[in-house]
Design a protein. Structure first.
Length: 289
C-alpha cells in the first residue's frame, strides 16, 4: 500500500511567516520507514507557474536511521534497482523475440497468401477469401508491432529524443489529446539505463494524464544545459489534491524509485483545477568518445 502525506497549507503558511524551516513531505511505503524530503524554501525552480499555492512533492532521501536500519534500506534499494534492471532486460528480450520470430513468420505467411492468391481464378470466392486472409495478416502484424513497442519502443535504441517523439505521437493517437514535445539545446547524451528511466517516467506521466486529468493539452519539454537535463511534463487538466491519500496507487512511487536509481531529482506539483507538472532533473552523462 502506498501513501503520500503532504504537510498542510496552514503549516506551510506558518513556515513562510516564520521564515524558518523547510517544507516537508513524507513519502511512506508499506514496510519502508518514512523518509523526510526537504524542499528548500523560496527556491526559484520555474515549476511553480501553475499557481503560487501549488503543493510540492520532492523526492530525495535524508536518512536519520540507525546504522542497521539504513543498511536495510540500502539493501532494499539495491534489490529494487536490480529487479528493475532485470525487468527492463526481460522486456527488451521478449520484444526482440516477438519482433524477430513472430514478425518473420507473419511476413512469410503474407507472402504465401499472396502467392496463393495469384494461383486462384480471378473474381472467384477463393480470391476474395485469400484477400481477406492477407488483410487479417496485416492487422496481426500491426498488433505485433504495437505490442513490441509497448514492451520497449525500438526508438529507445536511437536515444531519448526519438523515444520521446514516439511516445508523444503514440499518446496523441491513443488519448486524442494534443501533445507537443520541445527539445531545447543539444540532444542529451544518456546511458541506456538513464534513457530508459526517463522514458518510463514520461510514460507513466502520460498514462496518468490520459486516465485522470481530462486535459486538452500536454507539453513535454526537454532542456539540456551544461551538465544537466531538465524534463518537464505539464498538463492543463483538472489537477489533483495532493493532501488526499492514494491507497493502491503505485505510479508516483515507481517514478520516485526510478529517479532515485538515476540520482535524479523528481518533483510533482499539482493543485485542483490547475493541471499538474512533473519535473525531473538529471545529470547528463559525459559524452562517450
Ligand atoms: N495528471 C494528473 N491529473 C490529475 N490527477 C492525477 C494526475 N496524475 C496523477 N493523478 C492523481 O494522482 C493519483 C496517483 O497517481 P499514481 O500514478 O500514483 O496512481 P494511479 O495512476 O492511480 O495508479 P497506478 O498505480 O496504476 O499508476 C491518481 O490516482 C490520480 O488521482
Ligand atoms: Mg498512474
Amino acid at each position: 500500500m502506498a501513501r503520500w502525506n503532504v504537510i498542510s497549507e496552514s503549516r506551510r503558511a506558518a513556515e513562510r511567516r516564520e521564515n524558518t524551516g523547510p517544507h516537508q513531505i513524507a513519502a511512506t511505503t508499506a514496510g519502508v520507514k518514512p523518509e523526510t524530503v526537504v524542499t528548500p524554501r523560496c527556491r526559484d525552480d520555474g515549476v511553480h507557474s501553475i499557481t503560487d499555492k501549488l503543493l510540492k512533492v520532492e523526492v530525495g532521501c535524508m536518512s536519520k536511521d540507525t546504522k542497521g536500519e539504513s543498511q536495510a534500506v540500502s539493501e532494499r534499494q539495491a534489490l529494487s534497482a536490480h529487479l528493475e534492471a532485470v525487468r527492463e532486460g526481460e522486456r527488451k528480450r521478449i520484444a526482440m523475440e516477438i519482433h524477430d520470430e513472430l514478425g518473420q513468420l507473419l511476413t512469410a505467411l503474407r507472402i504465401e497468401v499472396s502467392l496463393l492468391r495469384q494461383k486462384l481464378l480471378p473474381d472467384s470466392i477463393a480470391v476474395q477469401k485469400a484477400e481477406e486472409m492477407r488483410m487479417l495478416i496485416e492487422t496481426i502484424m500491426g498488433v505485433v508491432r504495437s505490442v513490441v513497442n509497448q514492451l520497449r519502443p525500438a526508438a529507445l535504441n536511437f536515444g531519448i529524443v526519438p523515444a520521446l517523439e514516439w511516445l508523444a505521437e503514440d499518446f496523441r493517437h491513443r488519448a486524442q489529446i494534443a501533445c507537443c514535445l520541445h527539445v531545447v539545446g543539444p540532444e542529451p547524451c544518456l546511458s541506456e539505463m538513464h534513457a530508459t528511466g526517463v522514458f518510463r517516467i514520461v510514460q507513466e506521466s502520460l498514462t496518468n494524464i490520459a486516465r485522470h486529468s481530462s486535459a486538452s493539452q500536454v507539453e513535454i519539454r526537454l532542456t539540456k544545459s551544461d551538465s544537466e537535463i531538465d524534463l518537464v511534463v505539464r498538463d492543463n487538466g483538472q489537477g489533483f489534491d495532493m493532501l488526499v491519500d492514494r491507497l493502491g496507487s503505485y505510479g508516483f512511487l515507481g517514478m520516485a524509485e526510478r529517479a532515485r536509481m538515476m540520482d535524479a531529482h523528481l518533483k510533482i506539483d499539482s493543485h485542483l483545477g490547475s493541471g499538474s507538472v512533473i519535473r525531473l532533473r538529471i545529470q547528463d552523462d559525459p559524452p562517450r568518445s
